[in-house]
Design a protein around this ligand. Structure first.
Ligand code: UDP
Ligand code: MG
Length: 314
């Protein structure tokens, strides 16, 4: 098998017909053996029915049904584990990543790159998402030292050895683009189009988004842990300086001034408390991930596979 497209699907029933048609129209003229793997991440709309029906008609379409919702990256990992292609391309189901860009990714792969990332040329998301994403990209670039410009864009191509390395990771969370670039020998980025969502809304609300960004930071770096220690030391110095200041004030201006200064003490205490809570929180994030890794539960659980593999198994 030359090429596998891996597409995570979570309640995207309305986009699927169009998506599959466009992917087939792009891949068939390439003259390569290919498969389109749709990983249903616990949808409750008609996504599964559509995937099943399509996989019965189109030989290249394969469906993997997870038993509940594990998140976009876990779904892509499930697709990777089943894929047989030498080159693997990921994209979203909502048609925000135009399938027509795939040949441009393959062009770069054929030039010898092992990972082809992409940067959304004119991102069609809300101002809030775009702004947060800009700052997160910037911060992650500094912290992880993985030089990418758009961590969130999943329209990407990988050579098989990179995917094998991703599958061999034992982390309980895997932020695929960053990990893949970590393993890559000569990654490259291209500009790609980004469309409005075909139908429906983004599956990332504010809580899921925070979760995703925390995963992104923590899966690649222990820098936040050091940040907590540095913040703690800085706050101790500030506390010490403020204590000395208050002592001098009391010495020069008497105890009445010091009683007024009680609010300064309060505010300092709140700053210190904030620092302590922040440090404990950061520790907690790592602890939770250590705990999940120690439990060693599978990243996802496949309920059923429909399409090519089902026929192969007969
Ligand atoms: N997705 C998924 N599981 C989830 C959330 C999202 O498989 O828990 C899929 C979703 O169906 C889509 C892709 O991941 O194909 C990207 O999701 P979305 O378009 O909501 O993200 P956004 O474009 O807003 O970043
Ligand atoms: Mg989207």
């Amino acid at each position: 098998m030359d090429l596998s497209l891996i597409i995570p699907v979570f309640n995207e029933g309305k986009c699927l017909d169009n998506l599959i048609q466009r992917c087939l129209s792009v891949c068939r003229p390439l003259g390569q053996e290919f498969e389109i793997i749709l990983v249903d991440d616990g949808s409750w709309d008609d996504s599964r029915k559509i995937i099943e029906a399509k996989s019965a008609i189109e030989a290249e379409v394969l469906g993997i049904f997870l038993n509940h919702n594990y998140g976009q990256h876990a779904a892509v990992m499930a697709g990777f584990a089943q894929a047989q292609g030498e080159i693997l391309v990921t994209l979203d189901a909502d048609l925000q990543n135009p399938p027509e860009e795939i040949p441009r990714l393959l062009e770069k792969i054929n030039l010898g790159h092992d990972v082809v990332g992409s940067v959304r040329r004119k991102r069609q998301d809300t101002k809030f998402r775009t702004t947060v994403s800009h700052w997160v990209n910037h911060m992650v670039r500094i912290i992880t030292k993985v030089n990418m410009h758009d961590y969130g864009c999943m329209l990407r191509a990988y050579r098989r050895p990179i995917v094998e390395a991703l599958l061999a990771c034992r982390d309980s969370t895997r932020f695929i683009p960053v990990l893949a670039n970590f393993f890559a020998v000569n990654p490259v980025e291209i500009d790609v189009d980004h469309a409005q969502r075909d139908t429906g809304d983004s599956k990332y609300n504010i809580f899921r988004l925070i979760n995703l960004y925390v995963d992104l930071l923590i899966c690649m770096s222990t820098f936040p842990l050091r940040l907590a220690s540095v913040a703690g030391i800085l706050m101790s110095f500030v506390g010490l300086a403020a204590g000395l200041f208050l002592l001098c004030g009391r010495f020069f201006f008497g105890s009445i001034w010091a009683v007024d200064g009680i609010f300064t003490v309060f505010s300092l205490e709140f700053i210190l408390l904030g620092g302590i809570y922040l440090s404990v929180g950061i520790l907690g994030e790592y602890m939770a991930r250590l705990y999940n890794t120690a439990r060693n539960r599978p990243l996802y659980c496949i309920q059923r596979v429909v399409g090519r593999t089902e026929k192969d198994n007969l």
